[in-house]
Design a protein around this ligand. Structure first.
Ligand SMILES: [Zn+2]
Length: 54
């Protein structure tokens, strides 16, 4: 299985996985981590994912 958050798998995503993170609001960063918030799926960045997992 390929690594989901780096390398080729990322390059296949739309815009190379880059988007505006809905939590930290930074633009053009890689939002690769899917979380559910209020029943909606969000794609968030690595840093916010780490914070949420704590
Ligand atoms: Zn973020």
């Amino acid at each position: 299985m390929s690594k989901a958050h780096r390398g080729t798998g990322v390059r296949e995503l739309v815009n190379n996985g880059r988007a505006v993170c809905p939590i930290c609001k930074r633009a053009e960063i890689k939002c690769l981590y899917e979380v559910e918030q209020d029943g909606a799926k969000l794609m968030i960045c690595k840093q916010c994912n780490a914070k949420l997992k704590k």
